[in-house]
Design a protein around this ligand. Structure first.
Ligand code: FAD
Length: 400
């Protein structure tokens, strides 16, 4: 078996479009040695029809996308405080999914699997199943279930699908190929990129040790302990809970240091301003809602289908800024330290040791980066609540 990327010299993003479309079910997604899902071809089944390559967003350029900068932007929040609390920003993904389920559609989104400690796409058809989809899981999902979503669309059923821009771009092209794009509501999230499962395994070991457990009952990546800006990782087992702040956890440090993200994330075009989705959902970062503690979603409506889906929802509609202002607070340029990434990834592949890879790139960082990291680590001695208050006070000072 070969990873498609090895055959084509293109870093596979593991979006799953090829596996969803393959008429011979000859493509599977599996973790590679660096801890990223990649498409793998079963040579005994492959008939070289080329369909996989024709929809791969990495192999053939994505064309015909809508530009976010020319699309309506909304600042939105669910009317339910409980929904806002359990979601990453304003709970829009939840409200969209709930509305689709009420109309009898199926929904395909991402859940955390506490048996495998991985995240995966899953199809649901009942409102009771929806809470498992709530909240961003900052890992690469196993997108195998997109094949099922596509098959349902082919069978005439409607499905709302949530995913990263690469997953949605691939699925949109596969659906276009089959002439069933109109059966799908495609909502993609703004995507920073995903870290390796080798990093997550290390984080799980630490959390399980602290909780004296073999298995979590629940994992929340962005528990709103103080506010939505804090990135508090929470894991529960029995009566005990672990809370991990951005300042203390290796998982968050590596995620935000932007060197050990997936190969495909480093030069991903799908996460930028052109999109094949109906909607793009994100955190309304930037000054406009810096003082808001609960969470506000920024939503771009890219198609009439997306607009219509939003129109049906009862939401708190806040004042949006311009698309340019919103996008300034996101990293839309991509990542430029390719050489450092490649070196660190080589260490990770060779040694399968996350500490060795982190040590490699931190030894090569600038003095400014080292200082920034030291300050962040030092701020961890302050209580979480105080850190949150200081962050707010600092941002209100900047606003004056
Ligand atoms: C890996 C990752 C990186 C992100 N990077 C950014 C960023 O740079 N900027 C930004 O503004 N927002 C980013 N987000 C999106 C952000 O976290 C929120 O999802 C978004 O603001 C919508 O919030 P919400 O409250 O409506 O939904 P949420 O409660 O976050 O629900 C999000 C929806 O996305 C799906 N989902 C959850 N985890 C994943 C996953 N791992 N892969 C694919 N789909 C998933 C769920 O099924 C759910 O339907 C990222 C999300 C992920 C998963």
């Amino acid at each position: 078996m070969n990873h498609i990327g090895e055959q084509t010299n293109t870093a596979c993003s593991g979006c799953g479009a090829c596996a969803a479309l393959c008429p011979k079910a000859a493509i599977e997604l599996s973790l590679d040695e660096a801890g990223f899902f990649k498409a793998v071809v079963r040579e005994d089944r492959c008939v070289s029809c080329g369909l996989c390559r024709s929809v791969c967003p990495r192999f053939s350029p994505v064309e015909g996308g809508k530009d976010l900068r020319e699309s309506p932007l909304y600042a939105l929040q669910s009317e339910s405080d409980a929904v806002v609390r359990q979601c990453s920003s304003g709970g829009i993904a939840h409200e969209l999914a709930a509305d689709c389920l009420r109309q009898g559609w199926s929904v395909c989104g991402v859940v955390y699997n506490t048996e495998t400690d991985r995240v995966e796409h899953r199809l649901i058809s009942a409102l009771e199943e929806l809470p498992a989809l709530d909240g961003s899981k900052y890992l690469q999902s196993d997108a195998t279930a997109l094949r099922q979503a596509l098959a349902m669309a082919k069978g005439g059923e409607h499905v709302a699908v949530f995913g990263t821009p690469c997953q949605i771009a691939g699925l949109a092209r596969a659906a276009q190929k089959l002439g069933v794009r109109d059966k799908l509501l495609l909502a993609e999230i703004f995507c920073h990129g995903v870290p390796s499962y080798l990093l997550w395994e290390r984080q799980c070991e630490r959390m399980k040790q602290k909780l004296h457990t073999e298995r979590f009952d629940r994992v929340l990546f962005r528990y709103k302990k103080n506010d939505w800006h804090s990135y508090c990782l929470r894991a529960d087992a029995g009566d005990c809970s672990f809370f991990g702040a951005r300042e203390t956890e290796l998982f968050w440090q590596v995620f935000f240091e932007n060197v050990l993200l997936g190969d495909a994330c480093m030069d991903c075009e799908m996460r930028k301003t052109e999109s094949l989705a109906d909607l793009r959902l994100g955190d309304y970062w930037g000054r406009r809602y810096q003082q808001n503690s609960d969470g506000v979603s920024a939503v771009f409506a890219l198609t009439e289908r997306g607009e219509e889906a939003l129109r049906r929802l009862k939401l708190r509609r806040l004042e949006p800024g311009t698309p340019e202002e919103m996008l300034q607070a996101q990293n839309m340029d991509g990542y430029h330290d390719r050489e450092l990434h490649d070196g660190a990834m080589e260490v990770l592949r060779r040694e399968r040791d996350i500490s060795a890879a982190v040590k490699y790139y931190r030894a090569r960082e600038s003095g400014k980066q080292t200082l920034k990291r030291a300050l962040l680590r030092t701020s961890a001695i302050l209580p979480d609540e105080l850190r949150a208050k200081l962050r707010k006070a600092n941002s209100s000072r900047k606003l004056k």
